[in-house]
Write a protein of this length. Structure first.
Length: 118
């Protein structure tokens, strides 16, 4: 039974490879176009502007967004915890979590990471 399954898989793989080779030969468009085969680097050509510096403010805002995005996804399971635990434990855990979020936001604001112009 295992040998039959192996041969069926091998036959399907062979037919697929033959069909891919035939479609490559019969296709009208060339597959190796320079624009499509080069890597895409954030909207600019990687060969000419590869070492162009980017704004540190943009990087900081992106990191802050990722941190708060992950923390929001961690807040979603608190809805399920409400059904399992008591209200007092729920609000203690949630308030501690939100306190940590607000302390982080205050620290970023105090350090000037949220200001675009200095």
């Amino acid at each position: 039974m295992i040998i039959i399954t192996f041969y069926i898989g091998l036959m399907i793989w062979t037919i697929t490879m033959i069909m891919m080779i035939i479609s490559t030969i019969l296709s009208k468009k060339p597959f190796l176009i320079e624009k499509k085969s080069s890597p895409f680097e954030c909207g600019f050509d990687p060969k000419t502007f590869a070492r162009m510096p980017f704004s540190l403010q943009f990087f900081l805002i992106a990191v802050i967004f990722l941190i708060f995005d992950v923390e929001i996804t961690l807040l979603i399971p608190f809805i399920i915890i409400l059904k399992i635990t008591s209200i007092i434990n729920y609000f203690l855990i949630l308030s501690f979590f939100l306190f940590i979020l607000l302390v982080g936001l205050y620290h970023e604001w105090n350090q000037g990471a949220l200001e675009w112009a200095r």
